[in-house]
Write a protein that binds this ligand. Structure first.
Ligand code: ASP
Length: 335
């Protein structure tokens, strides 16, 4: 990727030597949702239209070389490990095709940031894998899905793009930074603790800075053979006024968790009762990480405190801990 000071490249130039085909993988969400009444923005059913129908609704997409594949059809509040496993393998397979410039994944907004983070950590792709979504169903008066889909394809063809990205409401966010920050607004996502990467205006991608240096991917072999019930169990608990350790003690006593992420207050602070229970959990072999319930910022590490999850949000810390436990399991099996 180049820094954005130079001229804006045309669609033909940006396709570069990567091929110029874009594969669009459908997984459902509001972008594929329909309502009985066009003026109803909330009383709709997500995941009703196929990905081919979404593409067919955007005449400008006829100018591109596209392929579609329906990987799932669900409301992303119900996203699950089996769909993640299948999606990661399909993304990997399409990325390996020389004629493919990049991928687009249509997804629900609710857990989009989790899927984005999961795919980035497994695959760390050189080519762009662009997630996109919508806050309004496909039948709405003010639907946002068609423009978001067109922008996502534009970004997937930009030769400077790489990694797992979100194209949404004219903004480009990285998988690491992006969070859903609003429950209703059309502009519902933000890069909360860093810069958004680019904007997309009238079919032109305008890069705003240098892309972050991505860590290497962990590889899909970590999950390819897993069935849903053998994924490590990691839950999130929260510190708040009057937070007690009893929830943690119950989860541990019933053998329900391999890992726990605590969304602490401020810089990861915990009530005395919650901290005591988390330390007991740690002594009992449960892996405990401390994050913050603040919208942005890190939890600074300290030798005396429970381990920090860095600047990851609680849900992304949960995925990172899940992947760490999977790596530990793999290493233990190999030893
Ligand atoms: N519940 C929907 C989903 O996540 C919300 C959306 O897509 O905006 O699939």
């Amino acid at each position: 990727m180049q820094k954005n000071n130079g001229p804006i490249a045309s669609k033909e130039q940006t396709a570069g030597t990567r091929g110029c085909r874009v594969v669009i993988l459908g997984t459902g969400g509001t972008i594929a949702g329909t309502a009985e009444d066009a003026s109803d923005n909330v009383g709709y059913r997500a995941a009703q239209l196929g990905v081919e129908q979404l593409v067919g609704a955007v005449p400008a997409l006829a100018a591109f070389q596209l392929e579609t594949e329906q990987v799932a059809q669900l409301d992303s509040k119900d996203m699950d490990f089996e769909t993640w496993r299948r999606l990661a393998l399909r993304v990997e397979a399409h990325l390996a095709r020389p004629e493919v410039a990049g991928l687009v994944i249509t997804h629900g907004t609710d857990t989009l940031e989790e899927t984005a983070y999961f795919l980035q950590r497994l695959l760390a792709p050189q080519k762009p894998v662009v997630l996109t979504a919508a806050m309004r169903p496909a039948t709405a008066l003010q639907k946002d899905g068609p423009q978001n889909l067109l922008d996502a394809v534009t970004l997937a063809l930009d030769g400077r793009a790489g990694g797992v990205l979100l194209a949404f409401a004219g903004q480009v966010h990285s998988a690491e930074q992006v969070r859903k920050v609003h429950s209703y607004k059309l502009d519902a996502f933000a890069s909360v603790d860093g810069a958004r990467l680019a904007t997309i205006e009238e079919g032109q991608v305008r890069w705003l800075g240098w892309p972050p240096v991505a860590q290497a991917g962990l590889g899909t072999s970590l999950v390819s053979a897993l069935t849903p019930n053998v994924w490590p169990r990691v839950e999130i608990v929260m510190n708040h006024v009057g937070a007690q350790g009893s929830v943690v003690r119950t989860l541990v006593a019933q053998g329900l968790v391999d890992g726990l992420v605590v969304a602490g207050t401020g810089n990861g602070s915990l009530s005395a009762s919650l901290e005591a229970a988390l330390r007991e959990a740690q002594d009992a072999g449960v892996c405990v990480w401390r994050s913050t319930r603040c919208d942005a910022g890190p939890v600074t590490a300290s030798a005396e405190a429970l381990p920090s999850a860095g600047a990851l949000s609680p849900v992304k810390a949960r995925i990172e801990l899940l992947l760490t436990l999977l790596q530990n399991q793999t290493q233990a099996r190999a030893a």
